[in-house]
Every structure is written in structure tokens, then in C-alpha cells.
Design a binder for this molecule. Sequence first.
Ligand code: SAM
Length: 328
Amino acid sequence: MNQVDYLRISLIDRCNFRCQYCMPDGEELHYILKEQLLTNQELLKLIQGVFIPLGFTRFRLTGGEPLLRPGVVDLIKAIASFPETQDLSMTTNGFLLANMAQKLYDAGLRRINISLDSLDPNTFEQIIGNHGRGRWQQVWQGIQTAYRVGFDPLKLNVVVIPGVNDHEVLNLAALTINKSWHVRFIEFMPIGNWQLFGDRGWVSSTQLRQIIRDHWGLKASQVRGAGPADVFQIPHAKGTLGFISQMSECFCDRCNRMRLSADGWLRPCLLNETSQIDLKAALRAGISTTELQLQVKQVLAVKAEINFKQRDSGIVDTYTRTMSQIGG
Ligand code: SAM
């Protein structure tokens, strides 16, 4: 297995969108109470006192919607200031980005992934849960601002859902031709909305690549991501196309990450709900960071076993947490 040095940190489980593929239809989500969230101080203590000593150098802030987290700019400043931090990035829906991009950049954030599942405002509204008009425009403005401010690489995440946005694959891929934007197609996973998954199914990366290859041709990119994406390029394009194929492939051997939820649960694998540990409860019970390092080390030691052999253990029928709750 790869060395595990990358922590995805969920800052909050709430989101200002209700994306169809992420949230269960018509059900109330049970949000984490404010007092159950890791405070900024606790989070920084875990990063500095537990994860950095264990060799973690790369951090991604996600959620829910990370830009909804109060004090997110200060948090970025603090994480970026640790000398061991080699990479600090964020996954966001981009809705609040137009006003925040410069502040985030000045605080030390350099890489950003923005979810953009459609270029058609109506389809977009449908996917994000019809919160009203103008959301697509605001996200698009957020993307343009982030690009102007200098975020590099700027990645756009697309979950492809049959009959919803699969007809837009070429238009979305075309965004990489003239700008060094990186579009990443993510296979739809049965987490969050089983009903939609059952109704619609998913489109494989192989199918998507064929559609793109038939139109422009496609070559393997020289740019190699550190993560699970297979990276390709339309000939002569400035940006790249990434394909994240967790449904059609097992890339556990390339997995280099763990996930920390907003309420302090550390999970070794996105798809596994066993072997997670409650770091917040441990911190609040006064357990030292040295002892917590040992506990995290134990989780690291069983990660390979969990990835390859127990991917579905601990799951009865459905995953109990959505991506917005785990930290996508
Ligand atoms: N709110 C932020 C955003 O929209 O990017 C960050 C959190 S969101 C949960 C992170 C990523 O998870 C998004 O790119 C989203 O597309 C992806 N995601 C959520 N549910 C998914 C599912 N069922 N299958 C595949 N990807 C999913």
C-alpha cells in the first residue's frame, strides 16, 4: 500500500445544497450538534499533536460545505503555517466562493476542487435540490474568481448520473481545452441516495472515456495525480481529465488517506464503518496526544486489511452516513 499521509477533514456536516446523489430523498438528516463538532482548537491539536508526528503532511478540508464553517479562514491560516504542511486543499460546492476566494488564497489555501455537475442552470438546480434560481451563476462566478485569484490546480468534480447529466460529458470535458482546468468524473456510489442509485445506476469511467475518445481522441496524461484518479488529456488541451472509478475498479492499493469527520471520528476507509475511532471523545476525556498517536497507529496498521478484505463489513444494507456526513 501507499504511505498514508493524507487526511481529509470534514469541517461541518451541514451543506447549503441538497444534491440528489449525496442526500437521501425526502428524509431529514440528523445534523451534528454544535457542541459535538471538533472545535478549531481541538482540530489543530489533533493535526499538530497526532497526525503530523505520524507523517501526515497533506490535508483536505471538506464537508458538508466547508465554507459554512465559522472561522474557516483562520483555520486555513493555522494549518498552512505548520512547517510540515506540504499540501492544503479544499473541496467545495463553490456557492460562497466568489466572495471568499481571495481570503482563502491569502490564508494559504492553494488547491481547490469545486463540484460542478452540470453546465445547464436548470439541470444544475434539479441536481442540487431546487433551492431557487441563480445558484448555477453564483457557482460559475465562484469558479471564475478562484481561477483569477490563482488557485492551481483548479479541479471541477462531476458525478455522472444516467439520464440526468450524462449527455453533458463532452461539454464538461471541453472545459479543459482552453484553460488549465482539471475535470474529474466520479462514478456514482451507492452512498447517500440508494433510491436514485437503484433507479438510475452509474456510468463507468471506461464508457465516459470512450465517448470522449470518439470525439477528440484521448491520451494518458503526463501529469500524474497522487490519488486514485486515472488522468488523461484531450490532445493539446491545457487541462486534464481525471476518472475516479471506485465502482468499476478497486484502487485500495493506491489509497493514501484517512478521513476525520466533523465530530471527530477517524475512519480508515470511505467504504468501511468498522475500526473507526472517536478522537474527540478521547481528547475530551483528557487522553494525551502521545496516547492518541498510538491509537491512530493501530488504525493505520489495520488499514490494508480493512481496505482489501473488509470493505463491506459493518454495513447492514446501507451506509449509515452520507458523503456529506463522512466528509466527501
Ligand atoms: N460540499 C462540497 C462539495 O459539494 O464539493 C464538499 C462535500 S461533497 C460530499 C464532496 C464530494 O463528494 C463532491 O464532489 C460530491 O460530488 C461527492 N459525492 C457525494 N455523494 C456522492 C456519491 N453518492 N457518489 C459519488 N460522489 C459523491
